[in-house]
Write a new protein. Structure first.
Lengths: 385, 385
C-alpha cells in the first residue's frame, strides 16, 4: 500500500483524490491530511481515513479537531518516511514550501496546486528529476500533454493547450466590467474550486498552464499554443516532429487525471470515471484565442517569460485580486488592473531562490492590497434575468 | 541506407512512398519496384530510382520496359537479402503471397494493401511477431491506433475507428441505387486510388479496417467501434482501461502514415506533410454510424467474425464487384447484392492455410462474375447538375 499525504484535502481536488482512495481501498494508506479552514469536513475525513498526521491552517479551527490527532505542519508531513506520494492540492502559494521540501526529500509530488510551479518553476524543476523527487501533473491539460507524450522519444514541435474560454467567451466586451462573482463562478464545463474558476474566467488559469507546460515538459515558449475549445472534451494536444498530432479526450471530470497521477504508469478501470459516449453526436469546435477579451492572459505569459521573481509576483497579486473580487471589493476587470500595476511596480531579484520568491510573494500581496484599495469601488449591478 | 522494395509503386500509395524517399535521399536505397499496367510511370520511376529489381504484371507491358532491368516476381523480390523493408501497396489479393513470403523471411512489411490481412488475418498474424517479420500499418486509421497505443502497456478498452461516411453520407436513400462511378469516386476528404475510394463509398473499407484492427492489435470484435467523422481530421481513437481516450489527428494526407511506417519509431520533420492549422476555426463532428445506409459494412464485419475462408471470399467478391461497378456493368447497390450472394453460396474450408485461401479467392471471383451477370443491368442515369 502506498502512503499518501494530501495537502488541501477538503478542497475540490482533495475530495476527489479521496474518491479515488475509496475506489481502490487496498492501494492507499492515508498518512496525512492537511486542510485550510473547513474543519467539519476535515473531521469527517479523519474519521473515515484515520490518518496518522493532520494539519489545519488556523489555530482557532485546530482547536476543534478530535483529540489524539498529531498536528504536523505540511513541510514536515511530506518528509515522513511513510509518505510515499504527496498530493499537493492546496491553493495559491500555500503549497510552495511543502512541495519544495517533498522534492528535496525525493518524494513524488502529484501537483494540482499549479501556482507552485508558476511562482518557482525553475527552482521546482531543478529539484525534480534524477536526483530529486518526481513531479506528476494533475491538472487536466498538463495530464493530457503528459499522456500524449507517453512513449514518444523525439522533441515536440508544438504543445496545443485547449481552453474552454470560460463563461464570458461570447459576452459583449462592454459587459465585462460589470461581471459579478456569481457570474464568474458559473463555469460552463468544469466544476472546480472558487479561485481556479475565477482564474478560468479571466484566462489567467490558461496562462498559468502555459507557464506550467514550459517547466513541466521543458519546451520553449514559442512551441506552446492555446486554442479555444468550448466543449472541454479535448484536454490538450501535442504535435510531433513529423506533423502528427495526438490529443487526449474525455468528459470533463478531474478524477481521471487525479487517478492517472496516483497510479502512473498504470491505468486502472474505475466506474466512477465517466466515459466518452460515442452513441451520441458530438461537435468539437476549436478557434483561435481572442486575446483582447482576456488581457490577463497576455500579461501573465509575459511575466512568465520575464522570469526572475515576476511570476511569483504575478501569482501572489492574482491570489489577492481574485479574493478581493470574490468579496465584492473590486470589479472583474480590476483583477487585471491590479495585477498589471503590481507587476509594473516590481523590480525582480536577480536570482530566484526560495527566499527571494517568498519575499517577492510577500511584497506583491501588500502592494496588491494597496493598488486595489486605490481603485474606484465597483458599482453594485442589478440585472434582469 | 535502408533497402526498400515497393510493391505497387505506380499506385497512389506507391507514388507517395516515393515522395517520402525523395524527401530523405540519404535514407533509402530502392531495391525493387513492382507495378501493374502503368509502364510509362514505372519507366520514369526506374530512371529516377535505379532499382536493381523490377516487376510488371502483364507480359505485354513488360516488353516496354527499358533494357537491362532484372525482372523478378514480387514473391522473390521481397526475399532478397538487401530488401530491408517492404512497402506492400498493391491492391486486392495481389499482395497476399508476397506479404506471406516477406514475413516468412522475417522482413518488416509496411502494409497498405489491407485486403491481405482481410483475406488471411490469422495466417499473416501468425507469421508476424517474434519469430517472423513485422507488420507496420500504413492506412491512416490503423496508423492512428498504432500511434495512440505507443508507450501504453495495459489492454485497451475500446478502439474507435473514424469513418468519413463517404460521398453519400447525407444522400437520400432512394438515390443510392442510381449512384454513378463518377459520383462514387468523388470522395469528400481523401484523394485515393479507385478501388479504395469505392470501398469508402460503400463503407466496405471501414469494415475492412475493423477486421484489420482485430488482427493487427489483437483486440476482440466487441471492443472495436466505428463513428462517423465527416472531416477526416481525427484518424482514430483508443480508449484505455481508465476511460482516457487518445486520438491521432492531422489533415487528411497519406504521406504522414506512410512516413511513420517507414521510419518507425522515429518521427522526422518533412515539409511536404501538411500541418493542423490552429489559426483557423475547426469543427470536428462525430455521430453514430447509420447502418442501414451502408449494408456492406455489417455484412463484411459478419464475414470477418465468421472467419475461415469467408473473409477471403468477401475480399475477392468485393474486388470483382467494384471493378464491374466501375465498368458500368452493375449498379452501386449491386456491389452489396453480389457480395452477399457470393458469401451466402460459400462453404468455408475448415482451415485457412494459404492454399485454402487462394482456392476460396479463386472460387469467389468466378462466382461473383456469375452472380453479377445474373443481375439486371443498371439503367444509365442522366442527371441535372
Amino acid at each position: 500500500m502506498k502512503g499518501l499525504v494530501i495537502l488541501g484535502s477538503t478542497g475540490s481536488i482533495g475530495r476527489q483524490t479521496l474518491d479515488i482512495v475509496r475506489a481502490f481501498p487496498n492501494e492507499f494508506n492515508v498518512v496525512g491530511l492537511a486542510a485550510g479552514l473547513n474543519v467539519e469536513l476535515l473531521k469527517e475525513q479523519i474519521e473515515e481515513f484515520r490518518p496518522r498526521l493532520v494539519w489545519c491552517t488556523s489555530e482557532q479551527h485546530r482547536g476543534l479537531l478530535p483529540d489524539g490527532v498529531t498536528l504536523t505542519p505540511m513541510e514536515e508531513m511530506v518528509c515522513q518516511p511513510d509518505a510515499d506520494l504527496i498530493m499537493a492540492a492546496t491553493i495559491g502559494s500555500a503549497g510552495l514550501v511543502p512541495t519544495v521540501r517533498a522534492l528535496e526529500n525525493k518524494k513524488p509530488v502529484a501537483l494540482a496546486n499549479k501556482e507552485v510551479i508558476i511562482m518557482a518553476g525553475g527552482l521546482v524543476k531543478s529539484l525534480a528529476g534524477p536526483d530529486g523527487g518526481t513531479l506528476l501533473p494533475v491538472d487536466s491539460e498538463p495530464s493530457a500533454i503528459w499522456q500524449c507524450l507517453r512513449g514518444e522519444k523525439e522533441d515536440v514541435r508544438r504543445i496545443i493547450i485547449t481552453a474552454s474560454g470560460g463563461p464570458f467567451r461570447t459576452s459583449p466586451m462592454e459587459d465585462m466590467e460589470k461581471v459579478t462573482p456569481e457570474e464568474a463562478l458559473n463555469h460552463p464545463t468544469w466544476k472546480m474550486g472558487r479561485k481556479i474558476t475565477v482564474d478560468s474566467a479571466t484566462l489567467m488559469n490558461k496562462a498559468f498552464e502555459v507557464i506550467e507546460a514550459r517547466w513541466l515538459f521543458d519546451v520553449p515558449w514559442d512551441k506552446i499554443e492555446v486554442v479555444v475549445h468550448p466543449q472541454s472534451i479535448v484536454h490538450s494536444m501535442v504535435e510531433f516532429a513529423d506533423g502528427s498530432v495526438k490529443a487526449q479526450l474525455g468528459p470533463p471530470d478531474m478524477r481521471l487525471p487525479i487517478q492517472y497521477s496516483l497510479f502512473y504508469p498504470t491505468r486502472l478501470p474505475n466506474q466512477q470515471i465517466p466515459r466518452l459516449d460515442t452513441g451520441l453526436s458530438h461537435s468539437l469546435t476549436f478557434q483561435p484565442l481572442e486575446r483582447e477579451r482576456y488581457p490577463c492572459f497576455g500579461m501573465a505569459v509575459e511575466a512568465g517569460k520575464k522570469g526572475g521573481t515576476y511570476p511569483a509576483v504575478l501569482s501572489a497579486a492574482d491570489e489577492v485580486a481574485v479574493e478581493l473580487f470574490l468579496q465584492g471589493r473590486i470589479g472583474f476587470m480590476d483583477i487585471y488592473r491590479t495585477i498589471d500595476r503590481v507587476l509594473g511596480d516590481h523590480t525582480s531579484s536577480l536570482g530566484s531562490s526560495l527566499d527571494e520568491i517568498l519575499a517577492a510573494d510577500h511584497w506583491a500581496r501588500v502592494r496588491a492590497h494597496e493598488v486595489a484599495e486605490s481603485l474606484p469601488a465597483p458599482t453594485p449591478v442589478s440585472r434582469s434575468t
